[in-house]
Design a protein around this ligand. Structure first.
Ligand code: SF4
Length: 213
């Protein structure tokens, strides 16, 4: 995402991320596993927003637009949060830092590959350290949950999200709220797990109102 210059001290980090070519020039598992296209890191960082959206990785559409969650998944996520697009893309309200900043390409079946393994070790600690004001992390999907909830993650995504009350009260860091990925692929999951819309979403919306407005 193209971000305008600012005086928040993060522009050097933004520029470093924007210039990153690790997955193209020095991929972890050899050149045959290099990113199959030019990197286009998509991340929104801020010293003001108190909510971090930790997603998975950009899809092709986001890779092309440079705007995170600029797709049907983003529409559903905004509906969960009850925020409109201008609010969602206001970096004073939300930071958006996926587990992999670049579109990873497709697997043999045409599904998006997982986030690049190179990205979190290269950037995540540093990016989070630059945003100590974060009070709530939305861990969207299993990859973000594995990173942000490593000590309390349950046996699978369903059980991790079902135990959302535990992660909200973790000591020693921002509150973490696990969410399923808002992809249409999870529509069946949402229908089967009615507690998600009935119990978790009201709590999520209350916290968004408190921290983003
Ligand atoms: S996915 Fe992350 S580590 Fe890989 S090129 Fe993009 S920004 Fe760099």
């Amino acid at each position: 995402m193209t971000q305008t210059a600012s005086d928040d001290g993060l522009d050097p980090l933004r520029a470093e991320i924007a210039a990153c070519r690790i997955c193209r020039d020095a991929p972890l598992r050899g050149v045959e596993n290099r990113l199959p296209h030019e990197p286009r890191p998509v991340a929104v960082i801020s010293t003001k927003a108190r909510i971090l959206i930790a997603g998975q990785a950009p899809g092709l559409r986001v890779h092309e637009s440079g705007l995170p969650f600029d797709d049907a998944s983003g529409d559903r996520l905004r509906q969960w949060l009850q925020v409109d697009r201008p609010t969602f893309y206001d970096r004073d309200r939300f930071t958006i830092v996926p587990m992999g900043f670049c579109f990873p390409g497709y697997d043999a079946k045409g599904s998006d590959l997982p986030p690049r393994r190179e990205c979190a070790p290269a950037w995540r600690q540093r990016t989070l350290a630059a945003m100590p004001q974060i009070e709530l992390v939305l861990a969207v999907g299993g990859y973000a949950q594995a990173w942000h909830m490593k000590d309390i993650r349950r046996e699978n995504m369903t059980e991790t999200v079902r135990a959302w009350r535990d992660s909200l009260s973790m000591p020693g860091g921002p509150a973490v709220l696990p969410l399923p990925h808002p992809s249409w692929r999870n529509s069946g999951w949402i229908k089967r797990n009615m507690w998600f819309e009935e119990e978790l979403l009201p709590e999520l919306r209350a916290r968004i109102k408190m921290l983003a407005f």
